[in-house]
Design a protein around this ligand. Structure first.
Ligand code: SAH
Length: 244
């Protein structure tokens, strides 16, 4: 079973949004599992401190390597199935990380799950990142106050791709990023809303024309909104047509 193990200073934030709708139903039905470790449980001093001032000075606090290291070790052991080694990737949510993509989400979904470490304050002591082989993953070029929302975003993106979680399996094959393009626009009844009709082709019943229109719209939107994706799409398309 696909298992997410989250390490956080705020365990009460989970499952939160992951407990409702698609992800929540899948969690309740056992399609995936979630366990949450309170990093503070691994503090040993009488104040249960998890952070300290940065070496070299500067603002803010840094999460302690010793406390976080113990929390990671305990989590990986507790959740290993059949006493086998826990082979799940260990991810540290971090604005310095490799930006998360749908391709990476698909790869994670195909694996056994993930261990997700949520940072707080200025971040975590670099030595625990190296010593525990944490892979830094970012959900975008902006700074959150903690890794929890980033971890939820990653888990949500993975869980919806698990077999049987999404009602219509076909919908993931056509959506944004599946073939390097953004998705085409959607419409539903009423046919006329505030003087705006649904594009005629969509009510024509001609499935070939509908597919061609959607494809053209997906290409137009990608070109307009995401020149980076469009350039990559054209590169792949050209090298593909050279080969065949
Ligand atoms: N001082 C850090 C920011 C710390 S933000 C820096 O400048 O890089 C506190 C925590 O929030 C981080 O440790 C990380 O776990 C989480 N976080 C913030 N932004 C994130 C992002 N874009 N993606 C993933 N995690 C993020």
């Amino acid at each position: 079973m696909w298992r997410a193990s989250v390490l956080t200073l705020f365990p009460e934030m989970f499952p939160g949004p992951l407990g409702v709708s698609l992800a929540g139903k899948a969690l309740a039905s056992g399609a995936w599992a979630l366990d949450v470790t309170d990093i503070r449980d691994f503090a040993t001093d009488k104040h249960r401190s998890v952070d300290d001032t940065p070496a070299g000075g500067g603002p803010g606090m840094v999460m302690k390597a010793d406390v976080l290291g113990r929390a990671i070790d305990a989590t990986a052991q507790d959740t290993a199935q059949d006493m086998a080694q826990d082979t799940r990737p260990r991810l540290l949510m971090s604005p310095r990380g490799v930006p998360l993509t749908q391709a990476r989400v698909e790869a994670l979904t195909a694996g056994p799950g993930a261990v997700l470490v949520c940072g707080r304050f200025e971040g975590v002591d670099e030595r625990v990142i190296v010593a525990r082989g944490l892979e830094e993953v970012s959900i975008g070029d902006y700074v959150l106050s903690g890794g929890e929302i980033a971890a939820m975003a990653l888990i949500d993106a993975c869980v919806r791709l698990l077999p049987g979680v999404m009602g219509a399996q076909a919908s993931s094959a056509e959506e944004s990023f599946a073939d390097g393009l953004l998705e085409y626009p959607h419409y539903t009844r009423p046919q006329l809303w505030e003087g705006r009709p649904i594009p005629e082709v969509l009510t024509s019943g001609d499935h070939g024309k509908i597919a061609a229109w959607r494809r053209a719209e997906a290409e137009r939107l990608t070109g307009e909104r995401r020149p980076d994706l469009w350039a990559a799409f054209l590169r792949r398309f050209r090298s593909g047509s050279r080969m065949g």
